[in-house]
Ligand binder design. Sequence first.
Ligand SMILES: N[C@@H](CCC(=O)N[C@@H](CS)C(=O)NCC(=O)O)C(=O)O
Length: 221
Amino acid sequence: MAGKPKLHYFNGRGRMEPIRWMLAAAGVEFEEQFIQTKADLQKLQHDGSLLYQQVPMVEIDGMKLVQTRAIINYIAAKYNLYGKDIKEKALIDMYFEGAADLSEMIMILPYKPADTKEKELTTILEKANNRYFPAFEKVLKSHGKDFLVGNQLSKADVLLLETILAAEELKGDILSSFPLLKAFKARTSNIPTIKKFLQPGSQRKSAPDEKAAAEAMKIFH
Ligand SMILES: N[C@@H](CCC(=O)N[C@@H](CS)C(=O)NCC(=O)O)C(=O)O
């Protein structure tokens, strides 16, 4: 039997967090090898483990996979989080990419210069409120089902939940005018594998404070 996937990244959210979420939602246990210094990153870069000299990198099923989307798609395909046919896959990708656009804006906020953070935050909240959350509310309303596509959990649902929770960290009542998203959040948070990941002590990471953001910047810049 193949061993547990091994995740190579720093001990923070960044681009690895949605990968952690996908594995957790699929009920797959994983190990983490944390990159703590620039030297740790350089070691991986020099030993040929990173095709583009970048992380996230995940050792899984005898492969060393890089590129966040490729890793997520492999996990989604392997663990049935990618729909049942090519039309469902297209919709799942379309919703996933929308959530990813918002999620990425939130993910990089702590690494923005202090004097632009306030403006960035306003832009993110405006986009969440007027572009992304209305779109997902509309999708859920259009079919009245529990999940975004095919009434079955997919990588798009997992990323949407992750993104909702991250957006709520920025503004607690951000879902106030999105009742279907509120219900979606409650429902998906209660899926046993996800519920477990949301418990304290899981491998889920918290949003970086200034010190953690500065540490990560030292490794990658
Ligand atoms: N498109 C890549 C981007 C990866 C990326 O930018 N990784 C950063 C850390 S989050 C990195 O490894 N930076 C070091 C470098 O580019 O030399 C992905 O999604 O995996």
